[in-house]
Design a protein around this ligand. Structure first.
Ligand code: AMP
Length: 355
């Protein structure tokens, strides 16, 4: 089977190398032949050559939602088009979730020119997020007073859309991933604990907790979004133990990287299984596991050797050009004892970030 990957980043890279053993061919559509997924694909296609790409592939998956509009139009018959379309705007994402009755933070939306006015509907602090192209903390601002709006007006135009969200004083952030195949079979990964700093995931581990409510939400949301493949959902857990959806992603997710070393079948392999005739693999964990992102550092910037000496660590290095806060690679780590696992994660964090 010829499988296409739309997007050329590390999520596509891991999808390919986790699924090569299934003897499929992989074709990547993106904008950089040197990007992680492009380098290990059987063939790379530029976005401009989308027609040739679609001719050669039997089916395809998305590893990135912010694809160019002309590519997006060409794939409108794909089952995941609906989820991607909703996801391309933070406003449509939140509206969809609210209309379907899922728990979300109180929100409103505005444009640059009426942002100040709309803020009056909220008690400060609030979180203001750019409607489009915002991920990994980009285009996201915590507003505690009027002066905090200044960077928004410096970085964005007055015509841009924004979502204004109440600030959730959460107890923890958690997530899970659901996979659904073409026949409608579904499986859900364990719930992970996620630690973010400045809007970017720094580390996570699983299993963290069990929640029937969360599992029911992801299972029904994957149906509502009509997804064939993966759906990752991030939640805030409030102090009274209520899950509130922060956002979803219709693709492999950073909080599921640990599944490569912990699960019977990783999120990446299950994504490929879900569009092929191979039955879905078990989403259960063989062992507690965690992941630490390597953000904005090269391998010479810290003592990687010391990390590799820790039992149960694996390095995944994406081979990208270094940029501030950029996801350059990650470390997966396992331990049968959850407390020892947490201690290992802390040591890895110290070794990378000196924190
Ligand atoms: P996002 O880009 O929407 O996933 O947000 C990235 C991170 O910013 C989240 O994982 C939280 O740590 C923080 N954050 C986003 N929205 C809120 C909110 N409404 N209240 C509190 N923290 C938030």
């Amino acid at each position: 089977m010829n499988i296409g990957i739309i997007g050329d980043g590390q999520l596509g890279w891991m999808t390919i190398f986790e699924s090569r053993k299934l003897n499929f061919n992989f074709f990547v559509l993106g904008n950089n032949p040197e990007a992680p997924a492009s380098r290990i694909a059987d063939k790379f296609f530029y976005y401009e050559d989308v027609d040739q790409f679609l001719e050669i592939v039997d089916d395809f998956v998305f590893e990135f939602e912010h694809i160019p509009d002309f590519v997006f139009e060409k794939v409108q018959n794909h089952p995941n088009h609906k989820a991607l379309e909703i996801k391309r705007s933070r406003i449509s994402e939140k509206k969809f979730l609210q209309e379907k009755g899922y728990p979300v933070a109180k929100f409103s939306y505005a444009y640059g020119h009426n942002l100040k006015e709309k803020l009056k509907e909220f008690k400060l602090p609030v979180v203001v997020k750019a409607e489009t192209l915002g991920y990994d903390g980009k285009g996201q601002y915590i507003i505690k007073n009027e002066y905090d709006l200044n960077p928004i007006f410096q970085n964005h135009s007055l015509n841009e859309g924004f979502i204004i969200e109440e600030f959730i004083d959460f107890e923890s952030e958690v997530s899970t991933i659901c996979v659904k195949d073409k026949k409608g079979n579904k499986k859900i990964y364990p719930i992970s604990f996620n630690y973010h700093k400045e809007g970017i995931l720094v580390y996570n581990y699983a299993p963290f907790m069990e929640s029937r409510e969360i599992n029911e939400i992801v299972s029904s949301l994957i149906d509502d979004l009509e997804i064939n493949g993966l759906l990752a959902v991030e939640f805030f857990m409030t102090k009274d133990k209520k899950p509130i959806i922060n956002e979803f992603a219709p693709r492999p997710h950073n909080t599921g990287h640990y599944t490569m070393d912990a699960s019977y079948c990783s999120q990446f392999e299950n994504l490929i299984r879900s569009i092929s005739n191979v039955p879905l693999g078990s989403t259960k964990s063989k062992t507690p596991a965690g992941m630490v992102n390597i953000l904005g550092k090269s391998l010479n910037d810290f003592d990687i050797g010391k990390i590799m000496e820790i039992e149960g660590t694996e390095l995944y290095w994406y081979g990208k050009t270094k940029k501030e806060k950029r996801k350059m690679g990650h470390i997966n780590v396992v331990d049968s004892d959850i407390n020892k696992l947490k201690a290992k994660i802390q040591t890895i964090n110290q070794l990378i970030y000196q924190i």
